[in-house]
Ligand binder design. Structure first.
Ligand code: NDP
Length: 273
């Protein structure tokens, strides 16, 4: 019998995770199945328990259940504990063990795939929601010169900066207060691109040679990446690589083997066109 995994969310039909994990399994010769599981908005915990009772081995968690997953776990990695969000669960010795692989996925995409080192860089992180929370610790682990969090609701950025203050050089800002500052890497972790909107980033923030990264992905440039291009950013990237890399980290947690992501990213990219 193949080991069973699922991705749980609501909605879930759009998820590319089954395609990604099927490619990883084929590549590494692992005997597993990976399916989508739609959980009712008030039924995440019950859905997980049913899947576990049926013999499921582990699962990924996506919108809107990452925080509920964090509360459900019996044991957590440090990065999941601090993020207060879980996207990867493994059933282990009767316990529910949670991790958050989003940040590692982002850092691997930037440092390895895009060959853009983060050490010593001035990083600006836009947004203070679940995605932003999940990437702060892994970003700080790359030893940037500083990490500034800016959010539309500035108090949320301040709360995050306080929570992670002992882990690196961290600051919080409103969008207006960014005027006159420059950054080497600007990461859009807001959901603005989902509604074709642009975060209110002042002009002039992209330093020469800067990387602009939008966690959202799709066909063509997002409004944020278009703005970055107009502002003279040297390198533009969307979140497709992050999506595949966070999946590779989850696969590694479950199966103990790290799949190669290059061909999978290329396959998904071709499918977007
Ligand atoms: P949340 O709903 O938790 O947070 C949304 C954030 O976006 C908040 O900080 C909110 O600010 C801000 N925001 C929303 N609209 C605007 C706007 N028009 N201008 C400025 N700020 C805005 O979402 P998530 O953190 O879960 O997800 C954020 C994005 O990251 C999504 O696009 C998601 O698809 C993407 N993502 C990609 C992944 C990948 O693997 N590529 C993985 C995870 C997420 P405020 O607090 O003021 O409301």
């Amino acid at each position: 019998m193949a080991d069973r995994y699922v991705v749980v969310g609501n909605p879930i039909t759009h998820s590319k995770s089954p395609q990604i994990h099927a490619a990883f399994a084929a590549q590494t010769g692992q005997n597993l199945t990976y399916e989508r599981l739609l959980a009712p908005l008030d039924g995440f915990v019950a859905s997980v328990e049913v899947f576990r009772a049926e013999g499921g081995k582990g699962l990924n968690v996506t919108v809107p259940f990452k925080q509920e997953a964090w509360q459900l776990c019996d044991a957590l990695s440090e990065r999941a504990q601090l993020a207060e969000a879980v996207n990867t669960i493994k059933f282990e010795d009767g316990r529910i063990v949670g991790d958050n692989t989003d940040g590692v996925g982002l850092c691997r995409d930037i440092c390895h795939n895009l060959q853009h080192a983060l050490q010593g860089k001035r990083i600006l992180l836009l947004g203070a929601g679940g995605a932003a929370r999940g990437v702060i610790l892994p970003l700080l682990a790359e030893h940037p010169a500083c990490l500034t969090i800016a959010n539309r609701t500035a108090s949320k950025a301040e709360q995050l900066a306080q929570r992670f203050q002992h882990y690196g050089q961290l600051g919080a800002s409103s969008y207006e207060a960014l005027a006159g500052q420059q950054f080497d890497v600007i990461i859009n972790a807001t959901s603005a691109s989902l509604s074709d909107a642009l975060p209110p980033l002042p002009g002039g923030c992209f330093a020469p040679g800067s990387l602009a990264y939008d966690m959202m992905y799709g066909k063509g440039l997002t409004p944020f990446l278009l703005f970055a291009q107009q502002q003279g950013s040297a390198q533009l990237a969307d979140g497709l690589g992050m999506l595949v890399e966070q999946a590779a980290e989850a696969f590694c947690i479950w199966r103990g083997v790290r799949p190669d992501t290059t061909a999978v990213i290329a396959e998904l990219r071709a499918g977007l066109c």
